[in-house]
Ligand binder design. Sequence first.
Ligand SMILES: NC(=O)c1ccc[n+]([C@@H]2O[C@H](COP(=O)([O-])OP(=O)(O)OC[C@H]3O[C@@H](n4cnc5c(N)ncnc54)[C@H](OP(=O)(O)O)[C@@H]3O)[C@@H](O)[C@H]2O)c1
Length: 317
Amino acid sequence: MARVAVEAAGVSGFDLMYRRWRRLPGCPPVPFTLGEDVVGRIDKLGPGVSTPTVGQRVAATTWSVGFGGGYTESICLPVTDLVSVPEGVDAAVATCLVANYLTAHLHLHRYGRAKPGERLLVHGAAGGVGSAVLELGRVAGLEMFGTASRRNLPVVSDLGAEPIDYRSEDFVARIAELTGDGVDVVVDPVGGARQLLRSYRALRRGGRLVWLGVAATRDGGLGVGFTSIVLVSVLRRLPGSRSVPDTPDVGTHALAHPDWCRSTLSELMDLTASGSIRPLVAERFPLADARAAHERLERGGHAGKVVLVTDTYRRVA
Ligand SMILES: NC(=O)c1ccc[n+]([C@@H]2O[C@H](COP(=O)([O-])OP(=O)(O)OC[C@H]3O[C@@H](n4cnc5c(N)ncnc54)[C@H](OP(=O)(O)O)[C@@H]3O)[C@@H](O)[C@H]2O)c1
């Protein structure tokens, strides 16, 4: 094990759900600490551990040590979970790579099987995960479309996608108008039966609908999750060439495939250090203002990931 002096910790839609709905499966009894990704510097090693070394900058998920734990100044993690963070990459920026970019990579490449030149539609395209999918889609040479609320349409454009206002435009009609026969992959972190059905209708022959989240619970409540599960199970039974792959969540996948998790996160660190991707930090909040960070995420309209930063971050930044 190694002890990490945390500089930055991610805040996510997942955190909001477990704070609001404590009867969700997997939620531990209160009190518990949220937070599934951290970046910091090793300040102490456990007995018998010599690598990595004290002082090294690292990033990690908290998935292997139980539920959450990332909203903290100090955390002990298995050294096998730690991935080096290049000096020069801001800790808040590096935090975006951990849960969000791993999620984006998994859903775009492994589940969505996106190939260069294919068309991609991303919902919640300015959000933490959505913006990460667009960044990786650009690197993969995809033709991209993204839905967002009006104020974030320029953000979606800057990320290399044709923006669609999800509140005032019908995205199925707009995709048909822009492409003729639809897209090859839809990545949908929004969920809800109507939304998922429309995402499916935006697919061309051979297309894949990759459902990964229920951001629509923000406005629609927990029922969104239930109707999404029912609709997806119906869509999976439909005949035809369009498909809805099974999409185990990123934590489950990472625990089953720790080598994938480490190598993908290292690759993402290199892409960031070289400037090939530029993860978006929506806003940095002091750790003690976690409540304000949650309120910010709940208000919506943010672009990128909301991040908590500690005093250590403010000393080194
Ligand atoms: N399966 C996995 O492994 C995995 C991993 C990570 C996250 N997730 C899930 O993915 C979802 C997104 O997470 P996140 O951290 O990216 O959240 P986020 O930063 O809050 O982004 C969500 C985005 O969805 C948009 N949105 C919200 N309601 C919408 C609606 N009814 N219709 C269309 N767009 C809507 C928001 O746009 P506006 O704010 O502009 O309205 C926002 O940009 C969450 O449910 C999270 O739990 C799943």
